[in-house]
Design a protein around this ligand. Sequence first.
Ligand SMILES: [Zn+2]
Length: 489
Amino acid sequence: MPSRFLSWVFVLLLISLPLRAKSPELSKAVQEFVRVNAGKAVLTHVRIVDGTGAGAVEDQNVVIENGKIAAVQPGADVPADKSTAVLDLHGYTVMPGIVGMHDHLFYIVRPNLDSRRHFDDPVLVTQMTFSAPRLYLASGVTTMRTTGSVETYADLNLKRDIDAGKLPGPHLDVTGPYLEGAESYFLQMPHLTGPDDARQTVEYWADRGVTSFKAYMNITRAELKAAIDAAHKRGIKVTGHLCSVTYKEAAELGIDDLEHGFFVNTQLDTDKKPDVCSQSEGDETLARMDPDTPEAKDLINTLISHHVAITSTLPVFEGDLGVGRPLLRQQALEAMSPQSREDFFLLRQRPASAPAPKIDPALLWKHDLEMERAFVAAGGLLLAGPDPTGRGDVLPGFGDQREIELLVEAGFSPVEAIKIATLNGAVYLGKDKQIGSIAAGKNADLVVIKGDPSRQISDVENVEIVFKDGVGYDSRKVLDSVRGRYGQY
Ligand SMILES: [Zn+2]
């Protein structure tokens, strides 16, 4: 714990209720993690990266009152009083809470995984209802889309309990069950039997409080169209991790967002047949998608003219690159259960018998980064999320931070990368009046970081306090509560 914080002039944790009109009463379990919860708090002498893509502004005061950002002012010493917490944040940066747009609440289990990378069917998707929300919050995520649910009731009830102050976690945009076609690798997804089934599934879950949908790899165009129309009738957006439907087809059907950057577009795959997923699941297409080609330009134009966002999920592809990549962070390893840690090492260790990939992952990586840059340069809305699945090394929260770092590797400036991970998500969700950037009147969803991510992007990992609706959570304490749990529950 930095000594700076120990030098707070005065912090009063219990404040009379009328000052906290907005926040719900927090349960004991949540209060355990609270570091700042005063009617008014002032972050003094802090560097601001405001989430709009503007450059960092040195030495500012951020005034938080009743869960909102009341003012942003030039840095000054402020006297604390019994209703005001004052934090001296020399050397710190504050940025908006991350709006994570591919932030699952589950883990993928491969039964009986062994050193030859063999495992038994069926692959299972197990809920991380305990550990994932904590990892997200501790890492600076204050709003997130679940981007496909497996236990939808659990996710909806979790959202209710977080909003009621009973459990710790970010604000949730709960995505309904994956809208998947008849053929599927995943046993726990609905396997739609036709357009009518798609429409009914959307209506059923929208009636139960789901606020977004995600189409999956084997959905047909007719099913996707029926789902999009049913969702749009209720003002709900649809995203997709597609394969059977190409990006262009989906854009023309009215989809709102496409997951995984440009990695899973199948329009140039040689064996692509309508409504059927191709063998390479998009690798062939991306290998041919140099952004200077007419196909790439036409694709980007189509996406933008149909107002389709793209969600960048670089961390889940980074592992395919193999050598030269940073090791998994110690804190992330510590968050994993012993079993998930072992599985991660088994999957990382490429056995000699494993065939080399047909298409060089480094070429795909290069083309995707270039396409994401070209999409943004042409005016497209790029969103960010880690997709915490893969070989188990992409973790909730840590992965959101890594995504920001990889956007910088893609060529975005640090403040642009932070905008993609904050304000852009808020814009997509239609919540940019309330969240996504630092401005007076917005919700006080803020991340306090030691260092300066506008100069050194890896500083986004140095999260110390995460404010959600004006309540400051101690990142370390929240992380400690899930040590050794991720991959278990
Ligand atoms: Zn995913």
